[in-house]
Design a protein around this ligand. Structure first.
Ligand SMILES: [Zn+2]
Ligand SMILES: [Zn+2]
Length: 645
């Protein structure tokens, strides 16, 4: 009896049944076998020591792949739990998955973990790693597993409540054991703890069992793990850089926005400076939509629940919607989570002919979505947000041109804000979908053609589309290399059907229009959060709420400072005069903290000669005695918004 393993190069090699992944890896090469942490058979990841009993596509997983890193990080979660149970009496463990760049584990502990606890846990982990304890996979019955974990209530709850696939096999439960530690787990793992090259604990925070606020309060410890010490150091540097740029800290510091507790979770208020920034972005958005042929529309924030039943949102989006509200004999209303049905009704407000198409509607539409308090995050994930939303209704013949326009629009929009490194995903028809197969084919082809012709590299996310249509997502890379999903161009075969949208075709036949949703910034909130982080708060001059601050050296220069401010304002610049009784040095420091692009200092000589001292942000030299007219011209030039004439 043998199994046939097909290697990545296409070669098929027969092995005796029960060959281990490690032996099969050795047959490819000893170096690869040494680097291996697991193997992949078909879609399944297996431990190196696991006997292989089926034929299939076979590859070796090393730490140079995402899958390998995932296995490493998951193994680190075990080691961390082992260390915590060793060191912290009275604690028990819940769940600990691998996550992007790292892992966490949730514990019920007598007291929250302090930084010195994390250091002790990390030191214990280093010992466990040094001991190179092998991970051993053990299969057992549910009854045996319940007995084994009888002291650990969360594990018992998992075993009792789990579908068979969650705990290993049919009626089988698998656990992984290393030395005295054992955890419920499907695996796979790196072969032994010694195979963990670089791990670090980062922080702890509160969490709830099962993410449910009515259940036990747990303590979560986050860690990160990498294939090399160097990768780990690079990651720590990126984290520090991200921390410096965090918009949740910079926003209040720059007096842009805040999240008053009194409002509730995920709800921001925009202060005057943030309001000005937002207005600049929104004005830019309105102008861009007009340039690309969109008509502005306005729609209310609430609508009858019936509307959301017709649109289908109550079926597939209800979890993200706020509950209905009623007054008197009125029907129930819902606050809107999306603008689409409103725009559909504008389309439907009169008969349409093919001559009217395409119809392009746009709105900066405020929507509200329920997000769990645990997942709201600054401006990146909020409960109240404004989308730069648009909907196009067109004929099949127009789809290609409309999609070309949409991608041009999206890339030009992102470029205006200084993003140049794009990547796109084309998500195609999923297994469960609705809509005419011909429409899927036509639009998927059109999306691919548009991407082919554009500068953005793209990949196809096969079957990852929404059930109602294919889409393009555009990602950008920010100043520190993080990828953010920004814009979406989404086809929709659902709403036109549900609302029975029609237009009269050339032969006066009733035809169904194509519908395209698009958000360029996504939401204004998230967009601003990302921009603030991308620029570390030092916004390009056309976006800066205060473009220049003016500082008088002494009170006797205040009048001239005001005069200078008036002249700069006349030149179209946004300026602020510092009049508080601080020293010049303090005022300059305050302007620098506010990250104003230009600081203008005026003293005796300036008053006499109509000059100013000019210091641009990021330059440590002040230009003394610069003629005011020159400075106005220079700053106005720098402050010019991206133009599209
Ligand atoms: Zn595990
Ligand atoms: Zn929409």
């Amino acid at each position: 009896m043998s199994v046939d393993l097909q290697y990545p190069d296409g070669e098929v090699v027969s092995h005796p049944v029960g060959v281990t992944g490690l032996d099969a890896a050795r047959s490819i090469g000893p170096g690869l076998a040494r680097a291996a942490v697991a193997v992949k058979l078909g879609d399944r990841l297996l431990d190196l020591s696991r006997p292989i009993t089926e034929s299939g596509e076979f590859s070796v997983v090393t730490l140079h792949s995402d899958e390998g890193l995932h296995i490493l990080r998951h193994s680190c979660a075990h080691v961390m739990a082992q260390a915590v149970l060793d060191l912290c009496e009275g604690s028990t463990f819940a769940v600990g998955p691998a996550i992007a760049d790292g892992f966490y584990y949730d514990f019920e502990a007598p007291a929250p973990f302090q930084p010195e606890d994390l250091r002790r846990i990390e030191a214990r982990m280093a010992e466990i790693i040094k001991e190179d304890q092998p991970f051993e996979r053990v299969a057992m019955s549910r009854a045996e597993a319940l007995d084994l974990f009888s002291e650990h209530k969360f594990k018992v709850e998992i075993i009792e409540g789990a579908a068979p696939s969650e705990v290993g096999g049919d009626d089988e439960v698998t656990v992984y054991r290393n030395r005295g530690f054992v955890d419920l787990c499907r695996g796979p793992h790196v072969p032994s703890t010694g195979r963990i090259p670089a791990v670090k604990l980062l922080r702890s925070s509160g969490a709830y069992w099962r993410g449910d606020e009515s259940r036990e309060q747990l303590q979560r410890i986050y860690g990160t793990a990498w294939a090399t010490k160097r990768d780990l150091e690079g990651h720590i540097r990126r984290l520090e850089e991200a921390e410096k740029r965090d918009h949740r800290r910079l926003g209040p510091e720059l007096d842009l926005f805040s999240w008053p507790r009194e409002l509730g979770s995920g709800l921001a208020v925009w202060h005057p400076k943030g309001g000005r920034l937002r207005k600049i972005i929104e004005d830019h958005s309105r102008a861009a939509h007009e340039r690309f042929g969109f008509e502005p529309v306005f729609t209310p924030h609430i609508a009858k629940s019936d509307l959301w039943a017709t649109s289908g949102h109550l079926d597939f989006f209800a979890e993200s919607m706020y509950a209905g509200m009623r007054r008197g004999d009125d029907p129930e209303y819902r606050v809107k989570p999306m603008n689409c049905p409103f725009h559909v009704l504008i389309y439907k407000s009169r008969g349409r002919s093919y001559r009217d198409l395409p119809i392009r509607l746009s709105e900066l539409g405020a929507v509200y979505r329920y997000e769990k308090a645990g997942v709201v995050h600054g401006l990146l994930r909020v409960r109240g947000m404004t989308q730069d939303d648009s909907h196009v209704f067109c004929t099949g013949d127009q789809v290609q041109a409309e999609l070309t326009m949409h991608l041009d629009f999206v890339l030009s929009w992102l470029r205006d804000f200084g993003f140049t490194d794009f990547e796109a995903d084309l998500s195609t028809r999923p297994e469960k979908s609705i809509g005419d197969p011909e429409r899927w084919e036509l639009t998927e082809d059109a999306l691919a053609t548009v991407l082919e012709a554009s500068e953005a590299p793209y990949q196809i996310a096969e079957g990852e589309g929404a059930f109602y249509g294919p889409k393009i997502d555009v990602h950008i890379k920010d100043a520190i290399g993080r990828r953010w999903q920004m814009s979406t161009i989404q086809l929709d075969f659902n709403l036109p059907d549900r609302f029975d949208l029609e237009y009269a075709g050339a032969g006066n036949t009733a035809e169904r229009p194509y519908m395209i949703h698009c958000a360029k910034a996504g939401t204004i909130e998230r967009f601003v959060g990302i921009i603030v982080e991308h620029y570390a708060g030092v916004l390009p001059m056309w976006l800066a709420p205060v473009q220049a601050s003016i500082i008088a050296v002494a009170d006797r220069h205040n009048e001239y400072a005001e005069e200078t401010a008036g002249r700069l304002r006349g030149g179209g610049l946004r300026v602020e005069v510092y009049k508080s009784p601080e020293t010049v040095g303090d005022k300059i420091r305050r302007a620098l903290t506010g990250k104003h692009p230009a600081v203008i200092v005026v003293g005796d000589e300036d008053v006499e000669r109509s000059t100013v001292g000019l210091r641009l942000y990021g330059e440590d030299r002040e230009r003394r005695g610069a003629p005011l007219d020159d400075v106005i011209g220079q700053l106005a030039e720098r402050a010019r918004p991206p133009s599209h004439e």
